[in-house]
Design a protein around this ligand. Structure first.
Ligand SMILES: [Zn+2]
Length: 192
């Protein structure tokens, strides 16, 4: 256990160095940094956006322009909720999570030490943990000003569904014959 903790702390130190280097050199900044930052969101700096665009272009060149059996696509990142019901994401895109009743932090049950899970003890503050509960991991928001069930939409948790639901559109409009492929890039600025 002590070894694992030492490894984790070494990884955290390396990550901290990397983040600070990326910031100093203008590649990546933490989102909303002047207000304390927002977890898991990052902004590409002047050099970061150039690097990102170069990688996207190289990928598009190899995947779309240099092949005659692939079409390109750029689908909306918000899709009809029925797409995610049909794909099984609403039901199955879940992780068991536990909450700390004292410090209110939330952990993935499979990512905290087994001992803590068994004793229901928070790895951060030692407070009591809830039973593991299933949480859907899709990013949920509401389309329009009304926040009710009928207006729920999800930020796409994967790129492929945009390709699947547009298959017929591409097939017909490009006069394709099967087999052919559809290529799409994820929005790299989405939260990670
Ligand atoms: Zn706690």
């Amino acid at each position: 256990m002590a070894k694992k903790n030492a490894e984790t702390s070494q990884q955290t130190q390396i990550m901290d160095k990397l983040v600070s280097l990326c910031k100093r050199r203008g590649f990546i900044f933490q989102s909303s940094e002047i207000y304390g930052g927002i977890n898991a969101c990052w902004d590409y700096g002047p050099l970061g956006v150039e690097l990102k665009n170069n990688i996207k272009q190289a990928w598009w060149q190899a995947m779309v322009y240099e092949r005659d059996d692939i079409e390109g696509l750029d689908a909306s990142i918000l899709m009809h909720p029925k797409v995610w019901e049909a794909s099984g994401h609403v039901e199955n895109f879940t992780d068991p999570l536990v909450d700390c009743k004292s410090c209110k932090l939330r952990f993935r049950a499979d990512q905290i030490p087994e001992e803590n899970l068994k004793l229901k003890k928070c790895p951060e503050c030692g407070g009591e943990l809830t039973e593991p509960r299933k949480f859907n991991l899709m990013f949920k928001t509401f389309m329009g000003p009304v926040e009710d069930e009928a207006h729920i939409v999800y930020l796409r948790p994967e790129t492929a569904q945009g390709i699947y639901v547009n298959f017929e559109n591409v097939y017909v409009s490009m006069r394709r014959k099967i087999p052919f492929g559809i290529a799409q890039l994820e929005k790299l600025s989405e939260t990670r």
